[in-house]
Design a protein around this ligand. Structure first.
Ligand code: SDX
Length: 393
């Protein structure tokens, strides 16, 4: 071979599997779950219905959806002994670290989930249990961070209303959850529900390919999502916008910092490995931002900074040449904040939304009887070296 080959590493274009769950077209900015466009699902469906679609492959009939909701409502409680885990965390420990550990700890209470050769029914019940308990775990992490009493699940509430009630409800009185908040939460969770072989989904598949149980596989996915280059970006975007606001809102200055290779600052919420056009989810969330903040009567100054930043970036050659557009994380945090969530809970909300997608991918991998993941490498180290001890012998 002559000349210099530049090898690109890091799973950048690897076809790691075959999947029928989610379709992305990065050039055209298209996203479909099981063939349905994200625009239609975000407008017309609910998160529970989309969860069913991703996991089972088709939209449910009314009976199937009712049975799904009923089954889930029977498994929303977590073992009372798990409370000891919540008590063990310092109140300011990051919710993603807690979530990853608590989801993995579910395997301690459901030993049947550890059986590699689960029957289809056993495997399905394990998935239902995880879908059912995730909102309880997420809301209790939040309540513990406030030192507030835990709110137990209410089986007469739908999936999203139940989550919001456990999160924002009070022991002393029933709070009515604003339908605007329920609708916005459904939309956000739908938009985060799956995204083919992203970092965290690939992690779930890799860990699951060793026949590791569902809880531990999803726990690994949660850890992967935590990174600021992945799901952690939604928290990093708000921290970035607050920084720019505190600095006087000079978007031009921060665009130039993002372009400066000697400056570690990165425009969080911008760019995507696959989308080289608008992330269709960002378009929907940006519109929802205006609707939700107007309906809730909230005027958040960082929304206008975000819009000015987007406008400046999209007209800047650096961003245009590299096809850097706002991604799903650029506007989502502004809505989460308007709904009442603190910044450090944003990535946990991303995980809550992505759970059905991770479960669907884990299920598909097992159905396709995929082998254990074991990629190779290009070795660049020493070849033959003779051992010499410290005395030179
Ligand atoms: C998610 O994969 C998925 O589907 C993920 C996700 C999902 O739903 O699961 O969509 C969720 O993770 C969205 C992405 C959230 N992350 C961020 O917003 C963090 C900021 N963005 C980047 O760090 C970056 O854009 C990535 C990580 C998203 C993509 O990185 P790539 O594809 O590896 O691109 P790259 O780092 O090779 O960048 C290409 C060029 C580089 O410049 P040059 O070396 O060519 O001069 O673009 C530049 C980069 O420096 N660049 C940026 C930039 N993103 C890329 N420059 C400034 N700001 C940025 N945000």
């Amino acid at each position: 071979l002559t000349g210099h080959i530049t090898l690109d590493f890091g799973y950048k274009n690897t076809g790691s599997t075959k999947s029928a769950i989610t379709f992305l077209d990065g050039e055209e900015g298209i996203l479909k779950y099981r063939g349905y466009s994200i625009e239609e699902l975000a407008e017309k469906s609910t998160f529970l219905e989309v969860s069913y679609l991703l996991i089972y492959g088709n939209l449910p009939t009314q009976t199937e959806l009712d049975n799904f909701q009923t089954l889930i409502s029977r498994h929303t409680l977590i073992h009372e002994d798990m409370k000891k885990f919540f008590d063990g965390y310092p109140s300011k420990s990051h919710p993603m670290g807690q979530l990853s550990a608590l989801v993995c700890s579910l395997s301690a209470f459901y030993p049947e989930s550890l059986v590699a050769e689960q029957t289809k029914e056993e495997q399905e019940l394990t998935m239902i249990k995880l879908l059912a308990k995730m909102p309880t775990i997420v809301s209790w992490i939040y309540k513990k961070s406030l030192g507030h009493p835990l709110i137990y699940p209410r089986n007469n509430f739908d999936y999203v209303t139940n989550f919001l009630n456990m999160t924002f409800g009070q022991r002393t009185e029933d709070v009515t959850i604003d339908p605007v908040v329920v609708s916005a939460m459904n939309t956000l969770l739908i938009l985060h529900a799956d995204h083919e072989q992203n970092c965290s989904a690939s992690t779930v598949r890799m860990v699951g390919s060793s026949d590791c149980n569902l809880f531990a596989s999803i726990s690994a996915g949660i850890s992967a999502l935590w990174g600021p280059l992945h799901g952690g970006a939604n928290q990093a975007v708000i921290e970035m916008l607050e920084l720019i606001k505190a600095d006087g809102g000079d978007t031009e200055k921060w665009i130039n910092k993002a372009k400066d290779k000697n400056d570690p600052f990165r425009m969080m919420g911008f760019g995507h490995r696959v989308y080289k056009n608008f992330d269709p989810r960002a378009k929907i969330i940006k519109k929802a931002c205006d609707d939700v903040l107007e309906k809730l009567g909230i005027n958040d100054p960082i929304l206008s900074i975000a819009k000015r930043l987007e406008e400046a970036a999209l007209s800047d050659p650096y961003f245009i040449e590299r096809k850097l557009y706002p991604n799903v994380d650029f506007y989502s945090g502004i809505i989460y904040r308007a709904l009442g969530f603190p910044t450090d809970m944003f990535t946990v909300l991303f995980a809550l939304g992505r759970l059905p997608g991770w479960i669907a991918q884990w299920k598909e991998m097992h159905e396709n009887k995929e082998p254990i993941g074991r990629p190779r490498q290009i070795y660049t180290g020493h070849t033959n070296r003779k051992y010499v001890d410290v005395n030179g012998r």
